[in-house]
Design a protein around this ligand. Sequence first.
Ligand SMILES: Nc1ncnc2c1ncn2[C@@H]1O[C@H](COP(=O)(O)OP(=O)(O)OP(=O)(O)O)[C@@H](O)[C@H]1O
Ligand SMILES: [Mg+2]
Length: 525
Amino acid sequence: MISDLPQDFIRQLTAEYGVSDAEFEALALALRSEPTVAIASTIGISEVAVRKRLGEVYRKFNITGIRPGKIAELKQFLISQYQARNRSTTNSRTDWGEAPDLGAFYGRIADLNLLKQWVNADSARLVAILGMTGCGKTSLSVQFAQQNQTQFDFVIWRSLRNSPSVTDLVTTLIEFISQQPAKNLPDDSNSQISLLLECLQAHRCLIVLDDFETLLQTEELAGYYRTGYEEYRELFQRVAEINHQSCLILISSEAPAELALLSVNSVKQLKPTGADIIAKEIFKEKGLSATPEEWQKLLNRYRDNLLAFKIVAITIKDFFNGHVSQFLEATALFVDDTLTYLLEQQFERLTSSEEDVMYWLAIIEQQIGIFQLKQQFFESLSLSEYLNNLDSLERRSLIEKTTTDSEIMLQLQPLIKKYVTQQLVQQVTQEVQQLLRQPNFSNFSVLKNYCLGKSCEKQQINTARQSSQLLQQLANNLQNKLRRSEGNIYDSLKQLGENLKKQPRLKVGYAGANLNDIISKIPSN
Ligand SMILES: Nc1ncnc2c1ncn2[C@@H]1O[C@H](COP(=O)(O)OP(=O)(O)OP(=O)(O)O)[C@@H](O)[C@H]1O
Ligand SMILES: [Mg+2]
C-alpha cells in the first residue's frame, strides 16, 4: 500500500526524478487519492494548474500518453522502488571510489530513462557517455548509478585519472566482486580479464569508469591508447562481446577508436542532452533571471557547457549585481580561467594537423563546408588524413558538424572559438616579436600558414573571416607588447613587411600579407 511508504522516502525519490516542491505538494495529495477539485482548493490554485503540475510529474517518471490510471502506475512504481531499495540495503554492495558528491542535480530525465532502458531492458553490456569537458557526463553517471543501484548486486565507480594499468584495475574489480583478496591471479592480462568476465557472469554488476580519455594518446589522432594501455582495448572488446549479466559504463571526452567497430546491440553511446533546462535551473538557484532574448544569447555562447554556466552565474551574481544584461554587454565572450585551463588540457592533446583545423575554424567567421576548409590549408594534406583529423576532433567534442542537403559544414562552439582565437593572437604576437628581434624567416608558423585577413591569395574562396576583429585584436596586442621595446612600431612593422616580401613565397607563406593586414590597423604616427 502506498500509505505504508514513509513520506520522506517518497519525497527523496521524487526529488531524484526532478519533481519540484510545488509539484510534490499536488502529488502528495493525489497519492492519497484526493480528487483534483479538493487538491486545488487545499493548495489554493486552479484545477488546471493541479493537472499541469501532475502532468509534469508523470512526464518526469516517463509515464506518458493520454490514458487513465497514471496515478495508479506511479504508486506501483514507488512501491516497487521502496521494496527494491529496502532489499538492497542488505543485498547490493557499492564502492563509490572517487565519485563526486552530487549537489543539486537538475533535468536529464530523458537521458536517465534511456540509460535505464539500455541497461535493464536492452541488456547493454558497454555504454559510453561521451561529450566535451564540463557537459555533465560525470554527474549524469553518478545520478544514474545512485538511482539504479538496487538493480545490481555490485556497483563500483572508478576514475581512471591516475592511469591504472589493466591489471591493477581488473584486480580491484575482481576483489570487490568476489569480496576477497585476489590471490594467485594469473600473470597475463588476458587471463585476468577472463576471470573478471566470470564475475560479471555470476553477478549482476554495474562498473562505471570515468575520465577514460587519460588513457589515450596526446598529440595523436583521438581514440588511440597510450603505450602500455593497449590492453584496455581487449577489456572493452570482451566486455562488449561476451555474454554476461553486467554493464560497464565508460565516460570520456574522446571515444576510443574501437567503439565504432563494436556496433553490436550490446554497445550504446550517449551524449548528454537538455543542457538549457539545467542551465536555467543553475541560474534560478543563484537567484538570477534572464529574458528569453538574454537566454538565447547565453545559450549561443556557452551551449552545453554546464561548468561554464556555473562560473558565469557566479560571476553575474558577484560582479554584475545579478544583472544578466550588464554581464552580456560587458563581456563579448567571457572565458574564465578555469575554463581556459580545461581547454588548454584539451588543446595540448591535438596533433598539428588537428590544430590546423581548429585555427582555420577560428579565423573563419561562419560555418564552412569540409572541402572548402581543406582548400585553405597552406601545406597540402591527403583527403583521408584530413577526414581522419575531422573525425578525431569530433570525437574530442571540439568541432560541430552539421549536415545540409549538399554538404557537411563545420564550426567551433563560440567558447572554444574564443579560446582558439586567444591562442592565435598570442602566438602571432610572439612570432612577430621574434622576427623583429631576429629576422629568421624559417622560424615561424602561424603567421606563415594561416591567412588572417582579406588580402591573402586564396581570397577567391571568399570565406567570411572574422578578420577585422581579429586583426584589430592582433594590432592592439602588438602595440601593447612592443610599446617599450621598439621605437616606432608602425615603421618597424613596415620594414619587416618589406623584408618578408623579398622572401620566396614557399618559405614565408601568408606572412607578408598577414603583416600588411595587421599594419593597416595600426595608426602610422
Ligand atoms: N544535471 C545537472 N544539474 C546540476 N548541475 C550539473 C548537472 N550536470 C552537471 N552539473 C554541473 O556542471 C559541472 C560539470 O559537470 P561534470 O563534472 O559532470 O562534467 P563532465 O562532463 O564530467 O566534465 P569533465 O569532462 O571535465 O570531467 C559540475 O560543476 C556539475 O556539478
Ligand atoms: Mg567528468
